[in-house]
Design a protein around this ligand. Structure first.
Ligand SMILES: Nc1ncnc2c1ncn2[C@@H]1O[C@H](COP(=O)(O)OP(=O)(O)OP(=O)(O)O)[C@@H](O)[C@H]1O
Ligand code: SF4
Ligand SMILES: [Mg+2]
Length: 334
C-alpha cells in the first residue's frame, strides 16, 4: 500500500529578502535589510506564530508574503506557484485567498464607510454578480459570526470600541473566504480584558473554516495558546522554528531562551493566557545596529565565540520540525 502523500503547503517562503531605503544619515549604508534569507512553510489550516522584538522584521515579512512591500530576493510559493511573478490582474484575483488583519483597528477602517459598506466591499470585488439583498444577507451572517448583530450594519467605525472595530476588520477579511489570514499584532492595541475575546474569536474562525493563520504577536502566551508551530525572528532572520510544544518546553537558541526566561509566568495551553500578560520583554530590545556578517545576536549572546563573528549561522534541523540557527548549541546546557 502506498504511504499517504504529505499535504502540500499552502504557502512557502524561500530565501526571502526585503530591503528598505534607510532615512538619510541614519546609517553609513543606504539600505536596511529588514528580512534576510527567510524560509518557512505553512500548511492549510495551520496556525503559525511569529515572534520577535520590535523592529525584527515581522510586519515586513507578513507584508512581503502578501506582496504589499517590494521583495528584493527569494520566492513566495502560493499553492506551489511563485506569486512574485504574478501580474497585477492575477494578483488581484488571488488576493481573495489571502487577507490581513492589522494592529490598529480604527486606522484600518475607512471612517466614512458604514459597517455594511466596509464588509461588503470584498464581495463587490470578488463576486460582482451578487445582488444587494444577497450581499446584505451575507454581511449579516458574517457579523453574527464575529459577535456583532444587525444593529451594527448602518453605523460608522467611530461608534464602536476598539474590540468591536477589530471584529469588523476580521469580518471584512473573512468575507472573501480566504485560505490564509495574516494577523499582524491584532490584539496588542486593545485592552487586556478584550484581547482574549478577539483571540478566541480568531481561534473559533480558524477551527470552523480551516483557514491557515500567520499570527504575529509580542505576547508569547497568546502565541502559545493559538499556534501549532512558532517562528522566532531576530533582526530580520529566523533564529528558531519549532512546534509549539518543542519551542516552549525545550527552546534551543540563546535568544529564544532569553525571551522565554524574561516572561514572568507562562500559563499552559488551555489556561487563560490573559491572566498574566506576557509581552516579549522590552528589556531585551536593543537598538537595531547593523551586524555586518556573522551572527546578528552575538553582541548580546553569552555563548559568542570567534566563529560567531565570522560566519552567519544557517537554520539547521536539530530534530524533526525543530530548526535552530546557532554555531554553538553544544556549548549550552540542554
Ligand atoms: N517603510 C520603511 N522604510 C524604512 N525602514 C523600514 C520601513 N518599515 C520598516 N522599516 C525597518 O525595517 C525593520 C523591520 O521593521 P518591521 O516593522 O518589519 O518590524 P516588526 O518586527 O514588525 O516591529 P514591531 O514589533 O515594532 O511591529 C526595522 O528596522 C524598521 O525600522
Ligand atoms: S551563533 Fe554564536 S552568537 Fe549566535 S546565538 Fe549561537 S553562540 Fe550566540
Ligand atoms: Mg510590526
Amino acid at each position: 500500500m502506498k504511504a499517504a502523500a504529505a499535504p502540500s503547503p499552502l504557502l512557502e517562503a524561500q530565501a526571502l529578502r526585503v530591503e528598505y531605503r534607510a532615512a538619510r544619515g541614519l546609517l553609513a549604508r543606504d539600505r536596511v535589510i529588514a528580512v534576510d534569507d527567510v524560509g518557512f512553510s505553512l500548511d492549510p489550516g495551520e496556525t503559525l506564530g511569529l515572534v520577535g522584538e520590535s523592529g525584527s522584521g515581522k510586519s515586513t515579512l507578513a507584508r512581503a508574503i502578501l506582496r504589499l512591500v517590494p521583495v528584493a530576493g527569494g520566492r513566495v510559493l502560493w499553492r506551489g506557484e511563485d506569486l512574485l511573478r504574478w501580474d497585477r490582474r492575477l494578483l488581484r484575483e488571488q488576493r481573495r485567498g489571502m487577507q490581513i488583519v492589522f494592529q490598529d483597528p480604527f486606522a484600518s477602517l475607512d471612517p466614512r464607510m458604514t459597517v455594511v459598506e466596509t464588509i461588503e466591499e470584498p464581495l463587490r470585488i470578488f463576486e460582482p454578480a451578487l445582488g444587494r439583498r444577497e450581499r446584505h444577507a451575507r454581511v449579516l451572517g458574517m457579523l453574527e459570526r464575529v459577535g456583532l448583530g444587525a444593529g451594527a450594519m448602518h453605523r460608522y467605525p467611530h461608534e464602536f470600541s476598539g474590540g468591536q472595530c477589530q471584529r469588523i476588520g476580521i469580518a471584512r477579511a473573512m468575507m472573501s473566504e480566504p485560505q490564509l489570514l495574516v494577523c499582524d499584532e491584532p490584539v496588542s492595541a486593545l485592552d487586556v480584558s478584550i484581547q482574549g475575546q478577539i483571540v478566541n474569536l480568531l481561534a473559533d474562525l480558524q477551527r470552523e473554516s480551516r483557514i491557515a493563520l500567520l499570527f504575529i504577536s509580542h505576547n508569547l502566551s497568546v502565541v502559545r495558546h493559538l499556534s501549532h508551530r512558532v517562528l522566532v525572528m531576530y533582526r530580520g532572520r529566523l533564529v528558531e522554528t519549532a512546534t509549539r510544544e518543542a519551542l516552549f518546553a525545550a527552546p534551543r537558541h540563546p535568544y529564544t531562551r532569553a525571551l522565554l526566561a524574561a516572561v514572568p509566568r507562562l500559563p499552559r495551553p488551555g489556561i487563560d493566557p490573559f491572566a498574566t500578560p506576557a509581552p516579549v520583554a522590552a528589556a531585551l530590545d536593543a537598538p537595531a545596529a547593523p551586524s555586518v556578517g556573522g551572527c546578528a545576536y552575538r553582541e548580546r549572546c553569552p555563548f559568542a565565540a570567534p566563529i560567531c563573528a565570522a560566519l552567519a549561522p544557517a537554520l539547521e534541523p536539530v530534530e524533526p520540525d525543530h530548526a535552530v540557527a546557532c554555531h554553538r548549541l553544544e556549548a549550552q546546557a540542554p
